[in-house]
Design a protein around this ligand. Structure first.
Ligand SMILES: Cc1cc2nc3c(=O)[nH]c(=O)nc-3n(C[C@H](O)[C@H](O)[C@H](O)COP(=O)(O)O)c2cc1C
Length: 183
């Protein structure tokens, strides 16, 4: 097998396709923000902690430093075009949920709203933020989570029904509905 060297700055492209989330936040004036992120992962089951990495110039980051809360919204193929709109540059204070034609609904435990069209929501309070190169890692404790009815099968996400959106890079996504069992 022949391996060719890849520029280490592009090595993150090999950790793909990545689950993509929409993070919703709110600022101290009560203005709502939404943006997609694919540098994301669970980091602890007990306590339940999730992480994502954001550049510090994002409105999401600014809101999180102000209010220390966020919601991880799990999108599906059905709203991929709308997810993309939430990632466009809007002036600070503009609500990307509205811009994308999505619907915001109240969260149970945190002040940022969640997105109705997303199939699951993890309501989080910030545990810590750590600088990591050109991004900061934001770790949140999940204080409440919900999922649309009938989309779990044997305790796992039913990818046939949900079709999660996986980010390959740039405008390229993989829709993860191909299930392969090892045994
Ligand atoms: C699919 C997708 C994944 C993205 N993932 C990240 C990410 O993990 N970290 C990040 O800092 N920006 C990421 N971005 C870029 C931000 O979503 C984008 O710059 C957005 O405008 C930031 O919005 P905000 O300033 O309202 O927070 C991603 C964009 C897309 C479309």
């Amino acid at each position: 097998m022949v391996f060719e060297e890849i520029d280490s700055e592009n090595s993150y492209r090999l950790l793909a396709p990545r689950p993509t989330i929409i993070v919703t936040t709110i600022n101290s004036k009560g203005e709502v923000n939404a943006a997609p992120f694919s540098f994301t992962m669970p980091v602890s089951m007990n306590p339940p902690l999730v992480a994502f990495a954001s550049v510090t110039t994002h409105h999401t980051y600014r809101n999180i430093t102000e209010k220390e809360e966020f919601v991880v919204n799990i999108p599906t193929e059905a709203i991929l075009e709308k997810l993309w709109i939430t990632g466009e540059k809007f002036p600070y204070g503009v609500n990307e949920i509205e811009e994308a034609g999505l619907t915001q609904i109240s969260s149970k435990e945190v002040s940022p709203p969640k997105i109705q069209e997303c199939v699951a929501h993890l309501e989080c309070r910030v545990e810590w933020i750590q600088e990591a190169g050109d991004h900061d890692v934001i770790v949140g404790k999940v204080v409440h989570a919900d999922i649309k009815e009938n989309i779990m099968k044997n305790g796992l996400l039913d990818v046939g029904k949900v079709k999660p959106v996986l980010h390959l890079g740039g405008v390229d996504f993989v829709v993860g509905d191909h299930l392969k069992k090892v045994r």
